[in-house]
Design a protein around this ligand. Sequence first.
Ligand code: PRT
Ligand code: ZN
Length: 286
Amino acid sequence: MKDILRIALQKSGRLNEDSVQLIRRCGINIPTQNGTLKSAASNFPVEFLYLRDDDIPGYVSDGVADLGIVGDNVAAEKGKEIDKIEYLGFGQCRLSIAVPKSRIYSTINDLNGLSIATSYPNILSNFLKNKNIKADIHQISGSVEIAPGIGLADAICDLVSSGSTLLSNGLKEVEEVFRSEAVLIGNKNLSNEKKEILKDLLFRIKSVRKAQSFKYILLNAPDTAIEKISAILPGMKSPTIMPLAEKGWISMHSVVEENAFWEIINNLKQAGAQGILVLPIEKMIV
Ligand code: PRT
Ligand code: ZN
């Protein structure tokens, strides 16, 4: 029987949807979950296990799963022997220390002697050790943000994305401990055959991720503006230029990075571009 890769995904929660979407964008038919714990793709040699995120690093290091998608925060907290293969650009958040708004806080030394509630005792204790801070760590498994309000701890160390949970619990963020996003992790002893499948999967993931950070752009311009516009549009090589039916006018096609997008659009308009169209790119072969 041919080897297949077994990939552990979060069963439900914040990373589930983005993980499934990434796999689908890679052209892999992942069956709808429907409460199943395991399913196989019909067009690529992978199968999926749906698990609590906390269990994924352990299963990957034990070899029950070959790969997994988890938050880097979970991978770091569990401290299992695994390979971090590729950061995936979703699930961004930070693990931060927060204190009640009314508490005076000027430097990290103000954490000395405090009790800090967290679900991330390992990451937090490493951080405190590095900073030479002596504080008590109270490990709790959920609803960390209410700990100071009910007198369980002086401070918390929890995940933050928008910051609204901290705000609504009367807390202020004072130290960033760890920055996180979803990461593809892998078992350290994959067979050669599994490594080959992983290589193919990674190639697809990188192509999808690259495409997501670029847009395809089409515009019309007088042919006198070609040079000016070409200088603004970096493209993959150089822009494609096609004549329009109207004499003296051309259409230019290129690829621009999402980050620089609005600045480029403004510059293009100033250089004489009209009828600008911007399209998503599905795959960009890396
Ligand atoms: O059931 P299972 O154990 O699998 O899931 P879980 O409940 O342990 O985790 P889940 O689904 O909440 O989060 C999975 C992963 O998503 C985390 O490990 C992070 O890597 C990532 N992630 C990204 C977040 C957040 N953003 C996030 N904001 N995980 C949790 N939060 C929580 C945070 O704990 C706090 O309660 O959201 C709240 C803060 O959000 P803001 O927007 O108010 O700041
Ligand atoms: Zn969890």
